[in-house]
Design a protein. Structure first.
Length: 421
């Protein structure tokens, strides 16, 4: 039984990374083949030449492999970012594929309406099975992004506020700057840092129950700062603007590939400054409709010649929160969180983790730090509108408090201690 489960896992992982594995196999095979020919021609030893070709491919191939995974570079810092994030990216990619492995079969609306009616209940049941099976993976990804990455980048921004305050009321020089250090240290790294780690831990629990995935949104730095920054001076700041001329519905768009977010960020029709950026976000997609499995009358309204309003109306009628569709022209999946009423614009469904600047190739410092996902009146009001979600948030707080007081010791004593001692 264990052997069967093991090979099922291997098969699913291979399926999740099939494009990358094929690219790697072709790349390594080319170097090994050339090495074998050179070794046979010069030294009459094809085997040695093939071995040299293999290690040459490994040595020079990391950049190629990351490129095959959607990376594009503008600096050595950006290269380091993609290299460092490979295992994290891989876990997120694995979760994305395993939640709906059949999406790659249904890129277009090829099934008949009768087949769709039969398929949808079966696929829904399989999703429930996969939801249970991928729970440890969801929890791991939630902890990595919500606590480790979000916590690290946000605390860095908060520490910067101690030494380089951007709030006009706190901005001073000389002696005034010096006497303000204790206040700023308490306000930013202590107070806001505590809230950041607390909400990251709470959302780790929530993401375990309500699936969330890390997706990417391309924009410019001006918009990126307005969306993510904590200190807001206008009601339009802190919002994702719903796209009205969209192919997959009226709402906020995300991509599962970083290179797609970059393509949108560098679009001259969208760019308002010289800094294309990528917002790395945790997104709770909710109930998803794959347009290829929807009635054809709905599917035909996605794309350049479609009618996004029809998609939103169908989604509202059937309680869908996200549209998923294959952009055939671009060759990538897009996700639209339906938002014709601005209900996700200051969201708990969309939670920025950090902002990556493609021009500098580094994570972007956000003055004052990112907006809190949870400790905001608008977000809390949204949570209170749903009794079930409000109950889940309360349970998540209880779980986090229990873990801080007792759970970590139980985890260490019962499971982890023998790995480290």
């Amino acid at each position: 039984m264990f052997t069967i489960i093991f090979w099922i896992i291997i098969a699913l992982v291979a399926y999740a990374f099939r494009e990358q594995l094929i690219a790697i196999a072709v790349y390594v095979g080319f170097f090994m083949g050339v090495g074998a020919l050179i070794g046979w021609w010069l030294f009459d030893n094809a085997s040695a030449g093939s071995t040299v070709g293999f290690w040459t491919a490994v040595f020079f191939g990391i950049r190629y492999i990351t490129t095959a995974m959607g990376a594009e570079y503008s600096s050595i810092f950006e290269y380091a970012y993609y290299l460092f994030s490979l295992p994290i990216w891989g876990l997120n990619r694995l979760q994305h594929v395993l939640t709906e492995p059949w999406r790659y079969i249904f890129k277009t609306s090829w099934p008949s309406e009768d087949i769709k009616e039969l398929l949808c209940p079966v696929l829904y049941f399989l999703q429930l099975v996969l939801y249970i099976a991928t729970t440890p993976l969801r929890t791991l990804n939630a902890f990595i992004y919500n606590v480790l990455i979000y916590g690290t980048t946000e605390i860095y921004d908060l520490v910067c506020e101690v030494f380089h305050p951007t709030n006009w009321d706190e901005h001073a020089d000389g002696f005034d700057w010096l006497i303000g250090v204790p206040y700023r240290f308490f306000k930013y790294p202590i107070y806001h840092g505590f809230l950041t780690l607390l909400e990251g831990a709470v959302w780790t629990v929530i993401d375990t129950v309500i699936p969330a995935i890390t997706l990417y949104h391309g924009t410019d730095l001006t918009a990126g700062r307005a969306i993510t920054k904590k200190n807001v001076r206008a009601w339009t700041e802190g919002t994702f603007t719903a796209s009205q001329s969209s192919w997959g519905g009226i709402g906020v768009y995300f991509a599962s590939r970083r290179s797609v977010a970059r393509r949108y960020a560098e679009d001259p029709y969208r760019l308002s400054d010289s800094n294309p950026v990528m917002l790395v976000c945790r997104v709770s997609l909710g109930k998803i409709i794959n347009y290829s499995l929807a009635p054809y009358s709905i599917y035909k309204n996605a794309g350049a010649n479609g009618n996004p309003a029809v998609l939103n109306k169908y989604a509202e009628k059937n309680d869908y929160t996200t549209g998923e569709w294959w952009n055939q022209r671009g060759g990538y999946w897009e996700y639209c969180l339906f938002d014709w009423q601005n209900r996700y614009n200051h969201p708990w469904r969309i939670r920025p983790v950090f902002v990556f600047n493609f021009r500098t190739g580094m994570a972007q410092h956000i003055d004052g730090g990112l907006r809190h996902w949870l400790f905001s009146k608008v977000v809390i009001d949204d949570i209170l509108k749903s009794t079930r979600f409000c109950f889940l948030v309360i349970i998540a707080f209880i779980v986090v408090i229990w873990f801080v007081l007792y759970g970590w010791k139980v985890l260490w004593d019962e499971y982890l201690w023998y790995y480290f001692i």
